[in-house]
Design a protein around this ligand. Structure first.
Ligand code: ADP
Length: 379
């Protein structure tokens, strides 16, 4: 105690800065290892205690990666020492029970969650309601990431309305899809992307009549049962809303994050907010908000929402009637009109999508070369 007291006395002026508020403010500058989001905006800082320069920070998180605790310890310590902290202890606890309404089983619902072995990051694209262009954004962003050199796959998990086969011109998928001898689904390819859609397997069945547990089981089998090639990013097109499927998916595979698509009308952004709340409750980091169909229905609610909920705004995609035609023809905008205003907007969103996952966009010094996304370690 003596030495701790002396250390605190020595650093009296500094220690004056060491309050719950300054600590939390400082932790806003500490990124979760491997991602570019900070601990506070992830909602991981559960409790801060400070006494005589000694700081305890309780972090609520769940990780499979055994190196994360020591990385967090080092990062938090480095950030708090300059404030006068004489010792820093971090305690890692399971995330709190804020998600109780979404967790229906008594056992740990994450216990059998898997990380897809060949996939570096699985990112879900969700929306508060249908028809906002979630699938269009998922497909075009995936294609834009692939154009930047990332290895990207697409999983159409929108079981109530799988539309990626149409959007990507692969409507004969059900007839063509094959299994490996180990009974894994072999993805089909469309515009260079490996793709699997729930629609390939539904036949005449309507999953709308399925009960929750059936949906949950089917989604888990589906999400895990694909022989994906090595991928940097798997983009998952979720069904809209905040129901059973996003829940089941988040429990079935470890998601690196989610992107929420909204529209300019305020009713749409209110629904998007519910989707954001749902992901947060499921402890899935929300990487950003996209406002789609900006123009005739207004503009700006996506940015306002992003500000209100403290989530990055990834960009606005203008309304363009050509997009409807391109979706119907299975020729996505990013493929046929990459330089159009909409095509560029998708590209910008894609870069915002990749950055929190560790890629950085670098404009080419030589203007004849196209700019590209790089992982820092590849530079
Ligand atoms: P969701 O997946 O949210 O239900 P979809 O991606 O299926 O929505 O899109 C719904 C409709 O809106 C489709 O007809 C699609 O072509 C159209 N659409 C999507 N984005 C745009 C846009 N930026 N401009 C014009 N039409 C769009």
């Amino acid at each position: 105690m003596g030495s701790a007291t002396r250390a605190a006395d020595d650093g009296n002026v500094e220690a004056g800065h060491l309050t719950d508020a300054t600590i939390r403010e400082t932790l806003r500058g500490v990124h979760y290892p491997g991602l570019t989001r900070d601990l506070v905006s992830f909602g991981m800082v559960k409790h801060v205690a400070v006494c005589d320069g000694r700081v305890k920070v309780r972090l609520g998180l769940r990780t499979e990666d055994a190196t994360i605790p020591s990385k967090l310890q080092a990062a938090v310590e480095n950030a708090l020492r300059p404030l006068g902290a004489t010792s820093v202890a971090i305690e890692i606890v399971p995330p709190d029970g804020g998600g109780v309404p979404f967790r229906r089983t008594a056992a740990d619902p994450w216990a059998d969650q898997v990380r897809l072995a060949s996939v570096r990051h699985t990112v879900a694209v969700g929306a508060g309601k249908g028809g906002v262009g979630k699938s269009t954004v998922a497909a075009n962003v995936a294609l834009a990431l692939a154009r930047e050199g990332l290895r990207v796959g697409l999983l159409d998990a929108d079981i109530y309305g799988p539309s990626l086969p149409i959007l990507l011109g692969i409507e004969d998928g059900a007839a063509r899809v094959r299994m490996t001898p180990e009974k894994l689904i072999l993805p089909l390819e469309s515009h260079g992307l490996p793709l699997v859609s729930f629609g390939f397997f539904l036949g005449e069945q309507s999953p709308a009549i399925w009960r929750g547990p059936m949906v949950s089981k089917a989604v888990k089998q589906f999400a895990r049962g694909v022989a994906w090639p090595d991928l940097d990013v798997l983009v998952v097109d979720l069904p809209p809303g905040t129901g059973d499927i996003p829940l089941s998916l988040a429990q079935a595979v470890a998601l690196s994050g989610a992107v929420v698509v909204s529209q300019p009308p305020r009713v749409a952004s209110a629904e998007a907010r519910k989707a954001i709340d749902m992901f947060r409750t499921l402890e899935v980091p929300v990487l950003g908000i996209v406002e789609n169909m900006t123009g005739p229905f207004g503009a700006g609610t996506g940015r306002t929402l992003s500000h209100d909920v403290g989530v990055p705004f990834l960009g606005a995609i203008p309304f363009d009637p050509e997009v409807v035609r391109e979706c119907d023809l299975g020729t996505p905008t990013v493929v046929v009109r990459p330089e159009s205003e909409v095509g560029r907007a998708f590209g910008a969103v894609a870069r915002g999508f990749a950055e929190p996952l560790g890629w950085r966009y670098e404009p080419a010094a030589d203007l004849s070369l196209s700019p590209a996304l790089h992982r820092p370690e590849e530079r």
